[in-house]
Design a protein around this ligand. Structure first.
Ligand code: GLY
Ligand code: MN
Ligand code: MN
Length: 429
């Protein structure tokens, strides 16, 4: 069993404690699950339905068109959609209710809410109403509550990590000169589906040789050549919960350059994980990754000049152009809202969250170092960092591509728990 009634009740209690400070008497919140989305020009074709994560988290239900109401006076009231005979004929038994609960018929939703004569009803979840004013405060409180993963969520994510581990083991067996990027994707995805994942949380990324420098490279029929690096960033999903993992492989023995790049990223990865605990500002973890990458690229002769001036100029952004990680769990960008993205750049990168870490947050730690032609050949970048990058040396690293290492870290009070640590890091072994 994935979630129980008591898991749901405990989540609601944690959330109500926050919402009660915001809601006036006789105000209510309605969290909507959402509707299937029609494919453009698609007659009766819709995209696979994804329940709004807040609705699923609050109810354990994944059925479209439903909603759950909360008010201080009335507590929680669920509205359930009945499945009609026609749907039963076409779709058979649905598996979209993980937690049984009492509910009113969905058809009564509007009239029931109207009869309560609330002063205000705030709409959250999937709904057309803009989230402003008090609705914004309520959504922020909901996101804050959801960020701390409970034991049942962690158990599900651990199970997904074990499934992904199996998928990565199949890749380790399959990787060699002569197979294609797509072969590795198939090896991974077929294994995780066989072991109970219902899909992938994002399009699997497999980049070999110079393709490994393209951050979200979709696998192709390119044949992997002897001596090439392979970057695989692939996850496993069930009920929209997921893991998001990156591992490196090599076809044949890695070169010294490849080993040096891997070692650099591994140091950033390990040191950033060691820093990830409650009370730490996430931006400081990112800045640490940028520092390690700068120090080691200077050591390798890709950068030149003094470390202090390179850090001040934020040259690391040419080789590490993304944030060091993001919240993950219920979807691959968990509890993300535009307001969490501070418009400020840190070491030249935009972070997907700019928050203080709290206990039970689940976050990816995924530093990377890449030799990306689109950046290295950019005229503005070449002029801005003309005296900081050893351009002839950087050119020689383009053939290597890039390295990223990614794990999913559960934040603790004084440390953390790496939920994906068992996915083997086999590069260079
Ligand atoms: N898997 C995409 C990412 O790392 O965010
Ligand atoms: Mn990833
Ligand atoms: Mn990620």
């Amino acid at each position: 069993m994935t979630f129980t009634r008591s898991d749901i009740d405990a989540r609601r209690a944690r959330l109500a404690a926050r919402w009660n400070d915001i809601l006036a008497p006789n105000e209510a919140v309605l969290v909507h699950c959402g509707e299937p989305i029609q494919k453009p020009g698609g007659l009766d074709q819709t995209y696979p339905f994804l329940p709004h994560p807040a609705y699923f988290w609050l109810t354990g239900r994944r059925r479209e068109s439903e909603a759950v109401l909360y008010s201080k006076e009335g507590g929680w009231v669920e509205f359930h959609k009945e499945i009609g005979a026609d749907e039963a004929v076409w779709e058979g038994e649905r598996h979209d209710i993980l937690v049984e609960g009492k509910g009113r018929p969905n058809s009564e939703q509007e009239i029931y809410v109207a009869l309560q004569q609330f002063d205000n009803v705030y709409h959250l979840g999937q709904h057309r109403t803009p989230v402003e004013g008090k609705a914004f405060e309520l959504r922020t409180a909901l996101d804050r509550t959801r960020r701390a993963k409970d034991a049942a969520e962690v158990a599900l994510i651990r199970a997904l990590a074990a499934i992904a581990k199996s998928g990565y083991e199949r890749i380790a067996e399959a990787v060699r000169a002569g197979v294609t990027e797509q072969d590795l994707r198939i090896a991974f995805e077929s294994e995780i589906l066989r072991r109970g994942a219902t899909g992938v949380p994002y399009e699997s990324i497999v980049g070999s040789g110079p393709n490994s420098a393209i951050l979200h490279f979709p696998p192709t029929l390119k044949t992997i050549r002897e001596g090439e690096l392979v970057l695989v960033d692939a996850g496993a999903e069930r009920y929209d919960y997921c893991v998001d993992i990156t591992r490196m492989f090599s076809a044949g023995a890695p070169s010294q350059q490849q080993k040096d790049l891997y070692k650099l990223v591994l140091r950033a990865h390990e040191e950033c994980i060691a820093r990830s605990k409650a009370g730490v500002q996430w931006r400081d973890v990112h800045l640490h990754a940028a520092r390690v990458i700068t120090e080691d690229l200077l050591q390798l002769g890709v950068l030149k000049g003094s470390l202090d001036s390179l850090l001040e100029k934020e040259v690391s952004q040419v080789f590490f152009p993304h944030g060091v990680g993001h919240l993950v769990g219920l979807r691959v960008r968990d509890t993300g809202q535009p307001e969490n993205i501070n418009p400020k750049l840190y070491a030249g990168a935009r972070l997907r969250i700019d928050l203080e870490l709290e206990e039970n947050f689940l976050i990816t730690v995924e530093p990377g170092c890449y030799f990306i032609p689109a950046l290295l050949d950019d005229a503005a970048i070449r002029s801005r960092f003309a005296n900081d990058i050893n351009w002839n040396e950087a050119e020689k690293w383009k053939r290597v591509g890039g390295v990223r290492i990614e794990d999913n870290i559960l934040i603790g009070k004084n440390g953390n728990d790496n939920l994906t640590i068992d996915v083997p890091k086999v590069f260079g072994n």
